[in-house]
Write a protein that binds this ligand. Structure first.
Ligand code: GAR
Length: 209
């Protein structure tokens, strides 16, 4: 099975979805969960499933570059074929991203390319959008700008606040992320030499939905 390292900063509900899929037979093994936040609940989720955990606190490093070097060193100790960002809330240096080219995935709570960055649910409500969603993409140096592999849409409903909307989106995230990690683990998904995602041998010009 494919060796996977998961990076988190918080609750880790996406991590939980990935653990659940693994335990239900998906062809990957989460070798470690690494958090930059010592109190992230996701660390507890990992421990409950016997998965090794590491904390690399960004506050212990003088700058982003040295944090990323320490992070990469720790990740590479597990020799992963895939690194999965699951609610990991740090911006990564271009050097870090280049090192994991084609084997670094992120999930983002919006219909990319709309609403890169933070506070997506609030921004969707402020804009009056009638639909929202989540995207899984390969990571490139551009923040939330890498090619999208899979998206799910959800309706924005009357009376939604950022929390109700986030919950509806998260439910879809928990479906999307295990699907994409499974595709990658099965050798069905990769990034080609031109940086285009390929699924089952075909270039994905549009995200799957
Ligand atoms: C998820 O909604 C994820 O898409 C988002 O943080 C949440 C983490 O939830 N990620 C980002 O905003 C990345 N910039 P979780 O810790 O329960 O998986």
């Amino acid at each position: 099975p494919l060796a996977v390292v998961v990076l988190i900063s918080g609750n880790g509900s996406n991590l939980q979805a990935l653990i659940d899929a693994q335990e239900q037979g998906a062809p990957y093994r989460i070798r470690a969960v690494i958090s930059n936040e010592p109190t992230a609940f996701g660390l507890e989720r990992a421990r409950r499933h016997g998965i090794p955990t590491q904390v690399i606190d960004h506050r212990d490093y003088p700058d982003r570059a040295s944090f990323d070097v320490a992070l990469a060193k720790t990740i590479d100790g597990y020799d992963p074929g895939l690194v999965v960002l699951a609610g990991f809330m740090r911006i990564l240096t271009p050097e870090f991203v280049a090192h994991y080219r084609g084997r670094l995935l992120n999930i983002h709570p919006s219909l990319l390319p709309k609403y890169r960055g933070l506070h997506t649910h609030r921004r969707v409500l402020e804009a009056g959008d009638t639909e929202h969603g989540a995207s899984v993409h390969f990571v490139t140096p551009e923040l939330d700008g890498g090619p999208v592999v899979l998206q799910a849409r959800v309706p924005v409903q009357p009376g939604d606040d950022p929390d109700t909307l986030a919950a509806r989106v998260l439910k879809q995230e928990h479906r999307l992320y295990p699907t994409v990690v499974r595709w990658f683990a099965e050798g069905r998904l990769w990034l080609d030499g031109s940086g285009r995602p390929c699924l089952d041998g075909e270039v994905l010009d549009e995200p799957r939905r």
